[in-house]
Design a protein around this ligand. Sequence first.
Ligand SMILES: *Cc1c(COP(=O)(O)O)cnc(C)c1O
Length: 366
Amino acid sequence: MVRFLDLEAINAVYAEKIEEALLRVARSGWYLRGKELRSFEEEYARYIGCRHAIGCGNGLDALRLILRAYMEMGVLRGGDEVIIPANTYIASVLAVTDNGLKPVFVEPNEETLQIDDTLIEQAITPRTRVVMIVHLYGRCAYTEHVGELCRKYNLLLVEDNAQAHGARFNSRRTGALGHAAGHSFYPGKNLGALGDAGCVTTNDDELAAVVRALGNYGSEEKYVCKYAGYNSRLDELQAAVLAVKLPHLDEDNMRRASVAECYYKEVRNPLVRLPRYVDPVSNVYHLFPVFCEERDRLRSYLMERGVETLIHYPIAPHQQNCYREYAHLSLPITERMHRTELSLPISPFMTQDEVRVVIEAVNDFR
Ligand SMILES: *Cc1c(COP(=O)(O)O)cnc(C)c1O
C-alpha cells in the first residue's frame, strides 16, 4: 500500500532530535512564550527573509490575526473587499468573513492552478483593499502583474503561505512577497509540527506588534488589554520541534521535487492531465494534483492498485453550506477543478518502488 502521506516515516527521520527537544521542554518548566519560541521565530524570519515572524496557534489564526490587525490599525473596515482565489482551501475564506470582510472570488488559471492575474483588475471596486494570494499546492502564486496591480490601486497584498514554505519567486521566498503572510505548520504541511501551529511574517513593525498583542488577549503588557484579542500561541513544544525540522526543509523540498520529476517524466495517460510544469524553485510540491474527468473512478482504481489518494478539495468555498450567500455565483473553472482534481502521493521519503507503483497504476487506468 502506498500511503498518501506517511507522517510516521517523515518524523522518524528526525526522531532522535525531536525526542531530545520534547524532553528538554518537558523538563524545563516553561511551556509558553519562552526561549524556544523566540529562537524559532528568529530562525523562521531569517529563512523567509522577513523582519518579523510571530508564532500563533495555527494557519487559520495567522490569516485572521493579520486581517484583524489591519482592522485595529484603521487600515481595513468592515465590509471592505478582499480579492481571493475561488479555488482555495476554506480557511483562507474563513479568515476574511470572520473579520466582517467580503471575499471577492476570482477564478484560477487551469494551467497554473493559481489565481488568474488577468482577471484581478476587473474584480477591483472602490471597496477593494486587499488581494490575498494563496500559494496553493506549493506553487508560487505571485506574479509581477499582481505586484503592479497592488501598487497601482494601493492594495494590501496578503499571502496564504500554508502550503508553500520554501518556495521562491526569483530569489525571494513566498511569505516575504507581500505586506504580510500567514503560515500553517499543521502536521501534514511541508514544515509540520506534531500538532497545531502557525505564524505570521511581515516587514511591518506596527503590524507585527498588533498581531503579537492580538494573539495574547490583545495585551502588550500583562493584564493590560489594548484590544479585544484572542488566545492564539505557538507553544514551546511545537516551537522546539519546528526548530529541529526547519534546517532540513530545503532538502525535504528537493526530495519532493525529485518525486515530482518522475511523475512529470513518466505519467502518460490521455485521461489524466498534469498541471503545467514549473521548476522546483517556485514549486515546493506540497501536493501533486492531477485532473481527470472520471476522477472518482480513477480514485477507486488507484485504491484497488494499492495507491492512496486524496481530493483537494471536494467542495469549492462558494458551494459550501456556510457560504450559501455565494451559492448563486457561477465559477465554472473553479467548479471543474473541484470536480476533477485528485492528489497523488508525494512526500520527501517515498521510496523509488512506491513512486513506480503510482506511475504504473496511473498509466494503466483505462
Ligand atoms: C492548511 C491551510 C490553512 C490552515 O492552516 P491550519 O493550520 O490548518 O489552520 C490555510 N490555508 C491553506 C491554503 C491551507 O492549506
